[in-house]
Ligand binder design. Structure first.
Ligand code: GSH
Length: 205
């Protein structure tokens, strides 16, 4: 199997990195220096015209979008290893949470960052929009907290790529002024997920 993974540490590529490490299958890593603009070089743009990480060249085919890569890896390799549900209602639930994380939760997070981080020009930021996004994130965290009531993991009560697709965003929220302390189930779940040895390997870069 030929898998080539293009990434940068501490970015949205970390989810894919984590999934690959959990699978324990052979793959080649290519680290990009985003500050140096590696992601905008013509040879990379030929594979990913978005000029972003992650990218997985899988069996000769470039796949961009972290969610798409996680779904591919899950179906192709994860089910056999107990890391992605088989095609039964648990898989539908996996799709539900993974789509929610990338689209609903992800949209509110992007909107919050876009309107609050000083890396964006001040006249393109709106404190009101940032506040609205912060409230939306709190509502989304409440939904996640409720879904985790009495459960260790999101789907099938076993660790899976579903958890990988959402959990890494939570510690990141705290660093940007979102209070996660009112959501104890979420915090306990994140702690369980990131205690895994595969996550520690991802943090090494
Ligand atoms: N929707 C994309 C987002 C990818 C993305 O925004 N990647 C960022 C790192 S977190 C990136 O490569 N930024 C470099 C740039 O925009 O130049 C995905 O999930 O794969």
């Amino acid at each position: 199997m030929d898998l080539k993974f293009y990434y940068a540490p501490m970015t949205s590529a970390s989810r894919v990195h984590w999934a690959l490490e959990e699978l324990g299958i052979p793959y080649e890593k290519v680290k990009l220096d985003l500050a140096a603009g590696d992601q905008k070089k013509p040879e990379y743009l030929a594979l990913n015209p978005n000029g972003k990480v992650p990218l997985l060249v899988a069996e000769g085919r470039p796949i961009f979008e972290g969610l798409a890569i996680l779904l591919y890896l899950g179906e192709r390799f994860g089910t056999d290893k107990g890391l992605f549900p088989p095609p039964n209602p648990d898989r539908a639930e996996a799709f539900k949470w993974m789509a929610w994380g990338a689209v609903t939760f992800g949209e509110a997070l992007q909107r919050y960052l876009r309107n609050s981080l000083d890396r964006f020009p001040e006249d393109e930021r709106s404190p009101k929009a940032a506040e609205a996004a912060k409230n939306d994130l709190a509502s989304h965290l409440a939904i996640l907290n409720e879904a985790l009531e009495g459960k260790e993991y999101l789907v099938g009560n076993t660790f899976s790529f579903v958890d990988i697709s959402i959990a890494p965003a939570i510690p990141f929220l705290g660093r940007f002024g979102i209070d996660v302390s009112p959501f104890p189930n979420v915090n306990a779940w994140v702690a369980r997920c990131i205690a895994r040895p595969a996550f520690a390997r991802v943090m090494q870069g």
